[in-house]
Design a binder for this molecule. Sequence first.
Ligand code: ADP
Ligand code: MG
Length: 731
Amino acid sequence: MSAADAAGRAGLDTKLDGLLGGRTSGALKRAFGHVTAGDLLGHYPRRYARRGELTALAELPLDENVTIVAEVLEVRERSMRQRRGSIVEATISDGTGILTLTFFNQKWRAAELVPGARGVFAGKVTSYRGARQLAHPDYELFEAAGDDPDARRWAETPIPIYPATSTIASWQVAKAVGLVLDALGPVDDPVPDAVRASRGLVGYREALEGVHRPEREKDWSRARAALRFQEAFVLQAALLGRRAERRARATLPREARPGGLLERFDAALPFSLTGDQRAVGDEVATDLGSGVPMNRLVQGEVGSGKTLVALRAMLAVAESGGQTAMLAPTEVLAAQHLRSISRALGPDLSAELMPTLVTGQLPAAERKRALLRAASGQARIVVGTHALLGDQVTFADLGLVVVDEQHRFGVDQREALRVKGQEPPHVLVLTATPIPRTVAMTVFGDLDVSTIRELPTGRPGIESFVVPLADRPAWFGRVWARVAEEVAKGHRAFVVCPAIEAKQVEEADAEEVDVEVAEAADGAPPAPLASVLDVVARLAEAPEMAGLRIAPLHGRMSSDEKDAAMRSFAAGELDVLVATTVIEVGVDVPDASTMVVLDAERFGVSQLHQLRGRVGRGSVPGLCLLVTNAPEGTVARERVDAVAATTDGFELARVDLELRQEGDVLGSSQSGRRSSLKLLRVARDGDLIVAARELARGVLDEDPVLASHPALVAAVRRRLDEEESQFLSKA
Ligand code: ADP
Ligand code: MG
């Protein structure tokens, strides 16, 4: 698309520095990363204020940058006592509360801020001698109503309030947006006319006007509806397009042979497959045999037997000499996968398939040997961490990539492994985080999804309780007494803390801890987090725990230390492991019966569910104690209560989605940064997403390369550019 049309008017790709001048465009780039007109016009207002309404000042949070509508009450000018110079002090009001504005040596402010003037004010709310102030205030006054022939319309006109920073105020964004809109020529709508008509939506150009320069409320609400749909539609077109593109590449079919490795493995299994394992296994086998690269997500509860499904796929691929690379999120898990795969294969199959570990921590000689085995094709199963993505790791015939616990890996990492195959390898992604359908559609819209709901029979089950310290502080001691009881029965316990050391959140997991949600709900400043090192020290002295063998496990330990701790715990040489969420995924200790989570409100719903999945896995019934300070009635507490109330991961995923106000289910862990969704909220817009996907599918079915939809192609490209530019270079 050309940057500007023939008449010299701007397009969405026109650079801002040519439209706004260097200073403003530089400020927008620094504050929000905006480079093009499209970037800026995609910066939608956070909300709309009206001149006629005033912002409730009493509810303003301290120490935050706010943008408010208020009226000047009073203004005074005086000279300073200690130094030369003058002070202008103004008070602004919403009719009840009052804020003070202070300006040094800016006498002219007094003439501007006349009592009765209304405007938008921005700054940081501080408290000075008990009075609330707006520090370094910035403002823009409304033109007086008298200038407008229609005073009522003046009062009703929505004023867009943009996400702003301390360096660029909302109205400065608005001004820049106005200039760009004035310069903008016609823009092509990424949503085809027929689709737009079927949804009764306004066109793109009109929507941009309506969202940024509404004259009435209806303008912005219609604009947002159109832009929200456009966002869902472009995203689905991008995902479906990518899926189609992958499927257009041919690859080697990989099929199990009668009497081959898979049959030998199945015959030796000490149990029979569950119905779901069988069904998903069939789907996988069909994919593997089809000659089209598989891209399948298998979701199922912890312990539902996903690893077994993956292992059976590895065996099918190995029949023809193909290799599997299995990517695990941590060293502990990679090592554990290797052990359990070797165990499941048994000595004969292990000798043939030579499962091999590749991690960053291997001693040089061992690492060299492992790399040779992978390169020569001798190792038909290679398990590793991110180290597998490195350039030194090569395969003779990479047929399958298995990614364990998808939520820790981004698309680009899957891709890094994918390109190591001569032919495009099949990809199987395993996740124990149950994903509601609309989220799967949005996050994993380019994958086919299989679900294992059924757990192997004979599981003893798990009981969960909330220990509400806010209401019942005395129960803390009873937690430890209960742990000691379990240990006396020959079982073991995990104690999970949100931090390693006082005040220090485990780095690798920091993003997973929902501190924001917890804090917002509580209002109060957060109490110090329970930390691994403190708790180990305290338990060593606790009378209830006398004689128990207790050790720490956290991300600052070397992988040898971590592995050693896990091993002695699994072997029964330790009774209690006090850990951060490094134990979250996949760790398998059949005798562990008890999971104590301290500061449980600090963890996300799905994370608590995952943690709980660590116990009650063998023959012993599980016990999960969720210890929390969150008072009843807070969202933080509701989340903890929800986890205690059900063990159905899908139900929890639904509750989780409901309890999150914002659609941050696509949080940073997916892509390494915050969700790039703008108006779309996965929690709220499920139906819209489903509809958009169907309509996008219809358009792609008719016109697979979108030859007659250049604006959609451009929008898809911008979307993918934003998210994962790697993909684009291949398109
Ligand atoms: P996941 O990867 O979903 O957490 P795994 O594949 O690791 O589950 O299986 C958990 C445990 O259950 C393993 O010890 C495995 O051997 C066992 N298991 C798997 N499938 C079955 C089955 N159909 N019947 C009985 N036990 C099973
Ligand atoms: Mg597993």
